[in-house]
Design a protein around this ligand. Structure first.
Ligand SMILES: NC(=O)C1=CN([C@@H]2O[C@H](COP(=O)(O)OP(=O)(O)OC[C@H]3O[C@@H](n4cnc5c(N)ncnc54)[C@H](O)[C@@H]3O)[C@@H](O)[C@H]2O)[C@@H](O)CC1
Ligand SMILES: Nc1ncnc2c1ncn2[C@@H]1O[C@H](COP(=O)(O)OP(=O)(O)O)[C@@H](O)[C@H]1O
Ligand SMILES: [K+]
Length: 488
C-alpha cells in the first residue's frame, strides 16, 4: 500500500478500465481472493491512521464496496477492536463476493447492527465505490453519510468517498468527506479534480497484489502531472537563449492583468519580455519591473517571439487577434482572447487554420471560458472536466489547460494530465494571468505546447502549496515567488 506521492506521474484509471483490470486479476486467483485482500488492506490502513481507535464503525453498502468493509471488520475485530458493522445489503441480492464475506463475518461471530449508536474513534465508509451512480443517496444511505461526516472521528473511505464519481470527481449533494481514501487496484481520476480533492482527503492506493503487466496492459484514462525536471542554465548562454515573450492585453482599467502575465514570464526566466497594451494610456515603464519593455502593438514582430494574448484584453483584443492567430509564433490564448474567439466564427476559423498548420497554441480557459467556447454552461463543463478539456483540445487541435481544482491539461496527441498541485488560495483575481505568463516562458524556452502547459501548471500550483501558512497570497506575490521554482 502506498500513499500517493505528489509529483509522480501516476496512471489514473476510470471505472471501465478498473472493471476490466479487476476481471483479469480475479480470473487468475481463487474465488473471493481480491475482496479478502481489499478487506485486509482497509484494516491495515485503519490501524495506521488511527492506531489507538477502539470503537470503529464500518458502514457497508449493498455491493462489493460493502463487501470490502465486511472483510475489514473481521480483521479489525481479530486485532482487538470493537467493531460496529451496519450493512445495507441483503444476502439474497448481494454480489457473490459480498455474500461470501457476509458468511465469514457471521463465522467470526460479528453481528450486523441495524443502526450505529454511540461515539466512534474511526468511521470506515464502505457504502459505495465504483458502482456508485450519480443519483442522490436516500434513506439510510443518506442518514449514514451524514452521521459519518458529523462523527468528528477520522473517516477512511474504501476505494472512493461515497457519493463521489470515480471518473469525473462530481459529487452528489450528500457525500462523504473523508480524511483518507484507500483506492483499490487503481487510482481513480475523480479523486484529483472537481470535488474530488475536497472529498477524498489523503489518497492511498493498494494494487492488491496485481501483476504489473495486468495494470499496464490497458492505457490509463489520464495521468497525474509530474514534477517538472529542473534544467540548469548553461554557462555559455545569453538572454537570446531564453526567448522573447510579448504580452498583449491590458485594455482600459485592466493594465494590471497584462503586467502580471509579463512579470510572471520574466520571473520564470524569459530572456526579454515586451508588453503591448490595448489601452491608449501611455504607460512606458513598470517601476517595480523596469526590465519590461513597453511597445506599440503594431511594432511587435510576432514572428520572432512567443505571444501571450488576452490577459485583461476586454473587447479591445478583437482587432489584434487576427494578426496573432495568423502568426507563426507560439501563442498562449487566455481570458478575453478566448471570450472573443467564442463569439467570432471568423476567429475560430483562424484558430483552426493555425492549429492545422501546427503552430504551437495553448488555450488556458477557466470553466466559464471553456463553456463559452464549447457552447455549454460552466456547470456542464465542471460535471466532466476531463471530457470538456479533451473535447476542446480535439476541436481546436491544440493544447488546452482547463483551470480550477485539479487543472486538466489536454491535447489531441497525449493522454490528459490532471494537475495535483495548487489549492484554494489560488482562487483570487489575477492568478490566471500569472499562469499564462508562466506558460509563455516555457514556450519561449522551446518547450512544446503540452510540455509547457504541464510544467507551468505544476509550478504555479506548487508555489501556492509551499506558500507560508498565514501569509497573504496575491497574484503579484505569486509573480515574485515564481523565481523560486523557475528551472533556469
Ligand atoms: N469484486 C471484487 O473482487 C472486488 C471489488 N472491489 C470493490 O467493489 C467495489 C465495486 O463494487 P460494485 O460494483 O458492487 O459497486 P458498489 O459497491 O460501489 O455499488 C453498487 C451498489 O450500490 C447501489 N448504488 C449505486 N449508486 C447508488 C446510489 N447513488 N444510492 C444508493 N445505492 C446506490 C447499486 O444499486 C449496487 O447495489 C469497488 O469500488 C471496490 O470497493 C475491490 O475490493 C476489488 C475486488
Ligand atoms: N482550488 C484551487 N485549486 C487549485 N488551483 C486553483 C484553485 N482555484 C483557482 N486555482 C487556479 O488559479 C488560477 C485562477 O485563474 P483564473 O480563474 O483565470 O483567474 P484570473 O482570471 O483572475 O487570473 C488558475 O490557474 C486555477 O487553476
Ligand atoms: K466508499
Amino acid at each position: 500500500m502506498n500513499k500517493t506521492i505528489p509529483g509522480t506521474r501516476h496512471p489514473l484509471h476510470g471505472v471501465d478500465q478498473t472493471r476490466r483490470i479487476e476481471q483479469t486479476a480475479a480470473q487468475a486467483l481463487p474465488a473471493h481472493t481480491l475482496m479478502q485482500r481489499a478487506g485486509l488492506a482497509v484494516a491495515r490502513l485503519a490501524l495506521a491512521i488511527a492506531p489507538h481507535a477502539q470503537r470503529i464503525w464500518i458502514a457497508c453498502g449493498p455491493g462489493n464496496n460493502g463487501g470490502d468493509g465486511l472483510e475489514a471488520a473481521i480483521h479489525l475485530q481479530r486485532w482487538g477492536k470493537q467493531v460496529v458493522v451496519t450493512w445495507l445489503g441483503q444476502t439474497e441480492s448481494a454480489p457473490a463476493d459480498t455474500v461470501a464475506a457476509r458468511l465469514r463475518l457471521q463465522d467470526a461471530g460479528i453481528l450486523v447492527e441495524s443502526m450505529p449508536s454511540g461515539d466512534f474513534d474511526l468511521c470506515i465508509d464502505a457504502l459505495l465505490g465504483i458502482g456508485s451512480q450519480l443519483r442522490e443517496p436516500q434513506g439510510l444511505m443518506a442518514d449514514w453519510i451524514r452521521q459519518i461526516n458529523a462523527s468528528g472521528a477520522p473517516i477512511l473511505s474504501v476505494d472512493l468517498p461515497t457519493g463521489l464519481h470515480a471518473d469525473t470527481g462530481q459529487a452528489t449533494a450528500v457525500h462523504v468527506q473523508a480524511s483518507h481514501t484507500l483506492n483499490l487496484l487503481t487510482l481513480k481520476p475523480g479523486l484529483f479534480t472537481a470535488q474530488g480533492r475536497d472529498a477524498a482527503g489523503t489518497v492511498w492506493c493498494d494494487t492488491l497484489g496485481l501483476e504489473l503487466n495486468v495494470l499496464t496492459a490497458l492505457a490509463p484514462t489520464a495521468y497525474l502531472n509530474a514534477q517538472p525536471i529542473k534544467t540548469r542554465r548553461p554557462h555559455a548562454s545569453h538572454k537570446g537563449s531564453y526567448g522573447d515573450v510579448a504580452v498583449i492585453g491590458g485594455a482600459h482599467g485592466m493594465t494590471g492583468a497584462a503586467l502580471l502575465a509579463a512579470g510572471a514570464a520574466l520571473y520564470a526566466g524569459t530572456g526579454r519580455v515586451f508588453v503591448g497594451l490595448l489601452n491608449d494610456q501611455s504607460v512606458t515603464v513598470d517601476v517595480r519591473h523596469p526590465e519590461l519593455m513597453f511597445r506599440p502593438i503594431q511594432s511587435l514582430d510576432f514572428s520572432a517571439m512567443t505571444v501571450v494574448c488576452g490577459c485583461g484584453g476586454g473587447q479591445a483584443v478583437q482587432p489584434v487577434l487576427c494578426d496573432v492567430l495568423s502568426s507563426p509564433a507560439p501563442v498562449v490564448l487566455d481570458a478575453d482572447a478566448l471570450n472573443v474567439i467564442a463569439t467570432d466564427n471568423v476567429l475560430q476559423t483562424e484558430l483552426l487554420a493555425r492549429c492545422a498548420r501546427q503552430a504551437v497554441t495553448v488555450l488556458t480557459p477557466h470553466p466559464l471560458e471553456a463553456a463559452r467556447l464549447l457552447g455549454q454552461t460552466a456547470q456542464q463543463v465542471q460535471s466532466d472536466r476531463l471530457t470538456a478539456a479533451q473535447t476542446l483540445a480535439q476541436r481546436f487541435a491544440c493544447t488546452v489547460v482547463l483551470k480550477g481544482s485539479g487543472s486538466i491539461i489536454a491535447s489531441p496527441d497525449h493522454l490528459p494530465v490532471i494537475n495535483p498541485t495548487g489549492n484554494g488560495r489560488l482562487a483570487s483575481a489575477g492568478t490566471g494571468d500569472v499562469l499564462a505568463g508562466m506558460v509563455g516562458a516555457e514556450l519561449a524556452a522551446g518547450k512544446t505546447g503540452f510540455e509547457a502547459a504541464c510544467r507551468a501548471v505544476y509550478r504555479h500550483g506548487a508555489l501556492a502549496d509551499t506558500w507560508p501558512p498565514g501569509a497573504p497570497l496575491t497574484a503579484q506575490l505569486l509573480v515574485l515567488g515564481g523565481c523560486d521554482t523557475a528551472c533556469r
